[in-house]
Each structure stands twice: as structure tokens, then as C-alpha cells.
Design a protein around this ligand. Structure first.
Ligand code: FBP
Length: 272
């Protein structure tokens, strides 16, 4: 059986992954609009909503999560997706690169991870290195029987220099990144929303049935956000991996209620 088929990170084939790796990727600036979100335990509580099928954390916060669960006697928290690579926006690099900080063995054996996450920057000067690192991660995840979610974000000098592409949000670039998830052996591919239904359809047409989830992006209104999510679901998408649109809200529960209906019941947001 394919590791995603009986994985707790999906429900009826779809997922809502609450991403909370922003302290690594963007820094504390992402917590400023909602200062309580800097406290991981606040977000761990948010992840207990029924709609959430996984919480995506870097190694250190994943250790914190498991300790918090044990200290509070929680045995029904959100499944854990350990993001095994990541990078801050502090270093000066010649191009995009996301180094590995956690082995799959540590994630599964020590953290009891339900899934593994990996960011891939195809188009960067460091693409070759990342492909090699991903190979090791994907093969280790197969050996443990845990699914791999690829954050597939083509970006860098190769994209900028290619006249065929208008940038990292170009639907052709997003679709290429999604296809690489299939080619390289991911179980779910997480992609930036290319802005239109046609753009998401182009991606779906490229992935041969691989599960796809939309990357949340910067905070917008409930209506605009739900509309984007519904657009991807109605074009064949399998859900969402979202951070700022949840934890930057004072009370994310009503939006999670609505997302649950859109993602798992296919409800048009104009009806929720
Ligand atoms: P958001 O919903 O807040 O966009 O989070 C999704 C995510 O992929 C995070 O996992 C990650 O920290 C961030 O976006 C990376 O975004 P970018 O590389 O575009 O800055």
C-alpha cells in the first residue's frame, strides 16, 4: 500500500496541514500581527481543531510539541509532520538552498513523526544538491513507511534567467514544480497558488494524480482565502498547507470551521 493511503495526515483523501515553520523561514516578524502566535503552545492548541490533519514543525518545535503533549496528557493531538529541511532568510547565499537539519530516522524514531516534509527549490544553482538530499530522505521515508510532502517552490537564478518563464508564480513554473513532486517520489506536493483556476488546472494536468495542496500565502480576508482554496479543490486539489492565514488571526476557529467544509465536503464558500 502507498504510505499516503492509510496516513492520518489525510481525511477522505484530503489534508489541512497547519504549517508553523515560519520562525525558521521568515523569523519572528510573522508573529508580530498576532503576538500570542510566537508561543508554540498557542498554535498547538489551534491545531487541535478537527479540520487539522497535520501540524508541520521544524525539529526543535516538534520536540517541544511531543513534550507538550506528554505534559498535558494529550493523545489526540494533530498528527505530526516533521519538516526536515529549512532555512532562515538571514544568510547571503548565491542562490536558494534549504539544508537538512533532521534525519528521517530521528523524526520517526524519536519524534514519532507521521509524515516528513521537505522544501525543494528547483531552478536554484543548488538544485542538484537538493535532489541528492531529497533522494536520501525519500528512500528513508519509504523504509519507515511514512509519506513525504514536498514543498515544491521552483525559484532562483534558473527561473529568472529563463525567458520562457515570467517568475515563480508563472503557472508553467508552478506546474513544473508540481510535476517534480511526482518525478522525485513525493506523496503530496505543496505548491504556491498561481492565481487562477486555469493555473491550478494546469498543475493538476501535470501531476498524474499525485495529491496536491495549496500553500496558504500571506494573510487575506476570509472570503478571498476561502475562494482561493475552493478554486483549487474544485480543480482537483487535495487541500491546504497554511500558516499565516490561521495563526495571524485573533480567533482562527471560524475560518477553520469553514475550511473544514470546503476541503472535506467540497462546499462552495458562498454557502458556508
Ligand atoms: P503560509 O501559509 O504562511 O504561506 O505558510 C506556508 C509556507 O510554505 C510555510 O511552510 C513556510 O514557512 C512559508 O510558506 C515559506 O514561504 P516563502 O518561502 O514563500 O517565504
Amino acid at each position: 500500500m502507498h504510505p499516503i493511503d492509510d496516513s492520518p495526515i489525510t481525511r477522505d483523501g484530503n489534508s489541512l496541514i497547519l504549517a508553523y515553520d515560519h520562525g525558521t523561514e521568515h523569523g519572528p516578524v510573522d508573529f508580530e500581527p498576532m503576538p500570542k502566535s510566537a508561543d508554540p503552545t498557542h498554535v498547538f492548541e489551534v491545531a487541535r481543531h478537527d479540520a487539522v490533519t497535520a501540524i508541520a514543525l521544524q525539529k526543535g518545535i516538534a520536540e517541544y510539541y511531543r513534550t507538550w503533549e506528554a505534559d498535558h496528557g494529550i493523545d489526540d493531538g494533530a498528527p505530526l509532520l516533521v519538516k526536515v529541511n529549512g532555512n532562515s532568510n538571514l544568510p547571503v547565499r548565491e542562490d536558494y538552498y534549504s539544508p537538512t537539519q533532521c534525519s528521517v530516522g530521528y523524526a520517526v524514531e524519536e519524534l514519532d513523526a507521521d509524515a516528513i516534509g521537505y522544501t525543494m527549490y528547483a531552478g536554484s544553482r543548488h538544485e542538484d544538491r537538493m535532489w541528492t538530499e531529497f533522494r536520501e530522505i525519500q528512500e528513508a521515508a519509504r523504509a519507515y513507511g511514512v509519506p513525504v510532502v514536498m514543498w515544491s517552490y521552483p525559484r532562483g537564478q534558473g527561473i529568472q534567467a529563463n525567458d520562457a518563464y515570467s517568475g515563480q508564480s508563472d503557472p508553467a513554473v508552478v506546474a513544473y514544480g508540481a510535476r517534480l513532486g511526482l518525478e522525485l517520489g513525493a506523496d503530496v506536493v505543496k505548491c504556491k497558488y498561481p492565481g487562477t483556476r486555469d493555473g491550478w488546472q494546469q498543475l493538476e494536468d501535470a501531476v498524474g494524480g499525485l495529491k496536491t495542496v495549496m500553500s496558504g500565502g500571506s494573510k487575506r480576508s476570509d472570503e478571498a482565502f476561502l475562494e482561493d482554496v475552493y478554486t483549487t479543490i474544485s480543480a482537483g486539489g487535495n487541500g491546504l498547507a497554511v500558516g499565516r492565514n490561521i495563526f495571524q488571526r485573533q480567533d482562527p476557529e471560524p475560518l477553520l470551521d469553514d475550511l473544514e467544509r470546503v476541503i472535506f465536503e467540497g462546499t462552495d464558500p458562498r454557502e458556508v
